[in-house]
Design a protein around this ligand. Structure first.
Ligand code: AP5
Ligand code: MG
Length: 215
């Protein structure tokens, strides 16, 4: 099964993705995570992406499309399918992905749309903490680690993303409304979208997500 998870910044895509990967053993393809890893390695791709990400702006379509294409080509085990998290997020990306998927087993089967009022997202992103080592996602209120700044899973140090500020969130929300919302309409017209109330507690969002994926 090939799944796409959509939602605004902080809606819970990464949190649900970890659960989907554990349950369905699919490959997780998060374009944001790939860019952050490239930035960490100091590659040319990472440096190009950083100039946009730090401001909350989308990285140009061509850069993202080429990166996803080469990532999928290198994927060794495609048998359980994949989970796209944060891509496609413009109509041009959706159309480029359709062109890539045509005649192959890459077509998206299901879209999970995490819906939440924008006002609730500032608290989500400013309270987020992530493990430097294993990527586990925490929140200082809704999902705190047992010891401050230490990962429960691996003992790694927790960090805050550079774009997790109210200023950057404002730009990311504008990008979401103008560029990403039309992508949801695009997949809606194909009849493959399930909308989920992402303002619920994590366990309830997961129950609804699982129900949608097992349908
Ligand atoms: P990306 O990394 O994709 O960031 P984003 O879309 O802004 O989404 P986030 O990762 O911030 O949020 P999330 O939905 O994953 O929430 P999470 O589960 O962590 O992209 C970053 C940047 O990269 C973009 O701005 C752009 O520059 C670039 N980029 C990436 N892809 C691109 C593309 N395709 N095209 C162009 N540019 C691209 O949860 C957030 C917090 O809330 C956590 O603390 C979590 O614990 C908590 N939480 C989650 N669910 C709940 C719940 N139900 N109740 C209470 N708390 C919850
Ligand atoms: Mg994420």
């Amino acid at each position: 099964m090939n799944i796409l998870i959509m939602g605004g910044p902080g809606a819970g895509k990464g949190t649900m993705s970890a659960k989907i990967v554990e349950k369905f053993n699919v490959n997780h393809i998060s374009t944001g995570d790939i860019f952050r890893s490239e930035i960490g390695k100091g590659t040319a791709l990472g440096m190009e992406a950083k100039s946009f990400m730090d401001k909350g702006l989308l990285v140009p379509d061509e850069v993202v499309n080429n990166m996803v294409k080469s990532y999928l080509e290198k994927l060794e085990d495609k048998k359980n399918g994949f989970l796209l998290d944060g891509y496609p997020r413009t109509l041009d990306q959706a159309k480029a992905f359709d062109a890539l998927a045509e005649g192959s087993e890459l077509a998206i089967d299901k879209v999970i749309a995490l819906e939440i009022d924008f006002e609730k997202l500032a608290d989500r992103v400013t309270g987020r903490r992530i493990c430097k080592e294993c990527g586990e996602i925490y929140h200082i209120k809704s999902k705190p680690s047992k010891t401050d700044n230490v990962c429960d899973v691996c003992g790694g140090e927790l960090f805050q993303r550079k774009d997790d500020t109210v200023e950057s969130l404002t730009v990311r929300l504008e990008e979401y409304s103008s560029q990403t919302a039309p992508v949801l309409d695009y997949y809606d017209s194909k009849g493959i979208v399930t909308r989920i109330d992402a303002s619920q507690p994590i366990d309830s969002v997961w129950n609804d997500t699982l129900t949608a994926l097992e349908k």
